[in-house]
Design a protein. Structure first.
Length: 346
């Protein structure tokens, strides 16, 4: 299921996705109120493509929500993908094999490499995403703006805290249980919020590096992007953490964001003002998650998280790679169990 971004990028993405070796899949393309005729062009070029159009731009989550409501009710899995991704033919076969190995796996992501520099991990997603307890994401292959070269160092299939970054495969029944993407995020972190809710509901998430895609995205740092990332990250924490955890972790997070003004301008301040102005909306979404989704306590959920604040570890102590952070918490790395590996042999 893809959503519209750029005409040429969408065409390239669809050309590669229709070469997928997996035998049984459909592609739904959601146009987010573009007016350049791209959707009609693609519908003509790809005869098996299903096209849906939103009346207004509802962001990534809104496009994916529209597409999800159109999938075949019998579909066991759904993949939410960006339209600036190029897919290896075996990407779906590899990822579904892992999902089939354990019914408690609620979602998976592939290894995400840079389209522009194919030997480098891509900024968004890389080889799986973790988090420190203060809400900062830690990618296996990218820590803040330090991106690693892929030399096979992260080719193990393992459990992650988040999945996404441009490709997210999930069990359809799990999405129906926990709810769709939160459209008030618009863009950025909406897939992380969904992934957190999947784990909160009792399921596991995995990265499958034998499944490979190349993303044309990147790490943007303009004012609007930084505002949305700060706002949505804190929003996600308020929604999904228990009150005890919020009281424990938010004060230091506030302090770290205040310090970050020297590096990222007033985006953190704007983000907090937005959250205050929309406090009723934010709190209503929190109540819904805590009452309808939560099946695990935070201590169990945060077992694979880093307990120390990653900005301090990175910018002051020099921790530059995911492997550096994994050394702080051996439970961060949870590979597929041997019995699962044996069950995947073909």
């Amino acid at each position: 299921m893809a959503h519209f971004k750029k005409p040429k990028a969408a065409d390239h993405a669809l050309a590669s996705i229709f070469k997928t070796s997996y035998s049984d899949f459909e592609v739904i393309f959601v146009d987010n109120a573009s007016n350049d005729g791209t959707a009609d062009f693609l519908a003509t070029k790809y005869s098996s493509l299903r096209v849906a159009k939103n009346d207004n731009n509802r962001g990534s989550g809104g496009a994916w929500n529209t597409g999800f409501r159109l999938i075949n009710p019998a579909s066991k899995y759904v993949a939410f993908v960006d339209c600036d991704v190029i897919f290896d033919p075996d990407w779906l076969s590899e990822i579904v094999k892992v999902a089939e190995a354990d019914p408690r796996i609620g979602g998976c992501q592939p290894k995400i490499l840079s389209f522009q520099e194919p030997t480098m991990f891509e900024y968004n997603g890389s080889a799986g995403m973790w988090m420190d307890v203060y809400g900062y994401a830690l990618n296996r292959g990218r820590i803040f703006y330090n991106v690693e070269k892929d030399i096979g160092q992260y080719d193990s299939k393992c459990e992650t805290f988040f999945v996404g970054g441009s490709v997210l495969l999930a069990r359809s029944d799990v999405i129906k249980k926990i709810g769709l993407f939160d459209e008030s995020f618009f863009i950025y972190h909406e897939e992380l919020d969904l992934a957190w809710r999947i784990r909160l509901n009792g399921y596991k998430l995995f990265c499958v590096p034998s499944s490979v895609v190349w993303h044309k995205g990147g790490g943007k740092k303009d004012k609007t992007t930084m505002f949305l990332k700060y706002k949505n990250n804190i929003y996600m924490m308020i929604k999904n953490y228990s009150l005890k955890s919020l009281a424990r972790y938010l004060p230091l997070r506030f302090a770290l964001d205040a310090i970050s003004i020297t590096k990222n301008g007033f985006a953190p301040i704007s983000a907090y003002f937005w959250l205050l102005r929309h406090s009723k909306l934010v709190w209503s979404h929190r109540v819904e998650v805590q009452s309808k989704v939560r099946e695990r306590d935070d201590e169990e959920l945060m077992e694979i998280a880093v307990r120390q604040p990653s900005p301090i570890l990175h910018y002051i102590k020099g921790y530059a790679t995911w492997a550096d952070f994994a050394g702080l918490n051996p439970k961060m790395f949870k590979p597929l169990k041997n019995k699962l590996k044996r069950s995947l042999k073909v």
